[in-house]
Design a protein around this ligand. Structure first.
Ligand code: ASP
Ligand code: MG
Length: 440
């Protein structure tokens, strides 16, 4: 059994869905295909929910109508037979009637989750109608029947495994299953989701639960690259990464994979392959237990970072000072990415400044606080790089003309992170590309 996950752009146009159909019928291994919503849909659903929560029903209605129009033309292109078209129209009718009913009832958070679920429900149902028209035998599996999160909103692989097993047992003759990414049921039995971009996470959880031979994540780039192709001139795809390396890269900014999606695959030792629907024969990136080699594999950048410098009002950092500092962040449920300390001060970075004002105020009761917004963490990732003094030298040589605000070295053996002003990010990535990879 293998898992194949296709993202929003891979199902974003009818002709892209045709390509997905080709890819999933190429070999005879049994598979569960996990689909995202048609690209743009979830964003629209988020906006519809936001209008409704603000009481702006007319605006919500307008968005719903535009989305409906989009899907009406989508299905006329997707299927050819009258029978298939009628079925697709019924699907649209069901889901858009649901959205229109929601307009009339009072908004709440649980209802919003129902709104957000419509995208994946639509994409999988429409794709299934297309497969039927093509005579491709398959079964649509409602993710809501087996994907679940617990009271802490965390998925449990063993729970999902039992539910999935029971669902699959109903279809012993079938070896192609289609299901929704992103959506799940919470501990109260309500429709919920694995957060934005969560379809990768769904795929990895399903792969772990099904003991899959591989979890394939299909996007529109040839795997993970050594640097950000949108910023630097030349990048190369990385053939192989360890789970640890991939986790660091996903967490520190490589957009291709949802950070949480690594742990289920890693824990259950399921290889993950990142592949390109536009170029299915390109090798992509294979992620598995062992690294292919030691040394630097990639750099990644995470924007929107705020640096906070906290200076003890006493001359020296008395014991207990760090605890007091961290307690403030804990109280406001704000996680810290980087930390550096000196004798009199500590600097930390956060990527969520929702409670920044409150945090600052509390810290100021026992310290002097200064804040730098618009910072970027640039991470240099590779197996055991921290063990090679040479890497550090190359990093600093590459950045001789850059104002580096913080450095984190030694926390993880696979990562060196530096903090720079976001305005310098492009230069930093380009200079590291030259200095570490010899790519101009
Ligand atoms: N459709 C969801 C989103 O856009 C989940 C996903 O595509 O991964 O966030
Ligand atoms: Mg995605």
């Amino acid at each position: 059994m293998k898992i194949m996950k296709f993202g929003g752009t891979s199902v974003g146009k009818p002709h892209r869905m045709y390509e997905v159909a080709n890819l999933i019928t190429k070999d005879s291994e049994s598979k569960i295909v996990v689909l995202s919503a048609v690209s743009g849909t979830t964003n629209n659903l988020v906006e519809i929910g936001a209008f409704l929560s603000a009481g702006k029903k007319a605006e919500a209605k307008e968005k719903i109508d535009i989305l409906n129009q989009h899907y009406q033309s989508f299905i006329t292109e997707l299927v050819k037979s009258v029978d298939a078209l009628t079925k697709a129209q019924e699907v649209l009718k069901e889901h858009f009637e649901f959205l229109n009913i929601i307009l009339r009832i009072s908004y709440n958070e649980a209802l919003n989750k129902d709104i957000l679920a419509q995208g994946e429900l639509l994409s999988t149902k429409l794709f299934s109608i297309y497969l039927n028209e093509k005579g491709i035998k398959h079964q649509l599996l409602p993710a809501l029947d087996f994907m679940s999160i617990d009271v802490n909103d965390e998925p449990q692989v063993e729970v999902i495994r039992e539910k999935l097993k029971a669902v699959l047992a109903n279809f012993p003759q079938i070896d192609l299953f289609i299901t929704q990414g992103y959506i799940c049921r919470n501990a109260r039995g309500e429709v919920d989701n694995l957060k934005r971009g969560g379809s990768d996470y769904s795929a990895s959880l399903i792969a772990a639960a099904a003991n899959a031979s591989v979890c394939e994540i299909w996007t529109d780039i040839n795997g993970m690259h050594n640097n950000d192709p949108r910023i630097v001139n030349k990048t190369v795809p990385i053939e192989q990464l360890s789970f640890d390396e991939a986790a660091e890269l996903a967490y520190f900014g490589a957009k291709i994979l949802h950070p949480a999606s690594i742990w289920p695959a890693q824990q259950y030792n399921i290889p993950v392959r990142l592949l390109n629907t536009m170029e299915p024969d390109a090798g992509g990136t294979l992620i598995k237990e062992a690294p292919a080699s030691l040394g630097v594999k990639a750099v990644a950048a995470k924007d929107g970072i705020t640096a906070i410098n906290i200076k003890s009002s006493r001359m020296l950092l008395a014991y207990g000072f760090l605890r007091k500092v961290f307690e403030v962040f804990e109280k406001y449920r704000t996680s810290i990415d980087m930390v550096t300390t000196s004798e009199v001060a500590v600097s930390v970075t956060i990527d969520n400044d929702a409670s920044l004002a409150e945090i600052k105020k509390e810290l100021e009761s026992f310290s002097t606080v200064s804040i730098d917004a618009a910072q970027t963490i640039v991470s240099i990732v590779g197996a055991e790089i921290a063990a090679h003094p040479d890497t550090l030298k190359k990093v600093f040589d590459s950045l001789h003309n850059i104002d580096v605000r913080m450095v984190s070295y030694g926390g993880s053996a696979h990562n060196i992170s530096i903090l720079v002003a976001s305005a310098d990010k492009n230069r930093v990535l380009q200079q590291l590309n030259t200095g570490l990879f010899g790519l101009e």
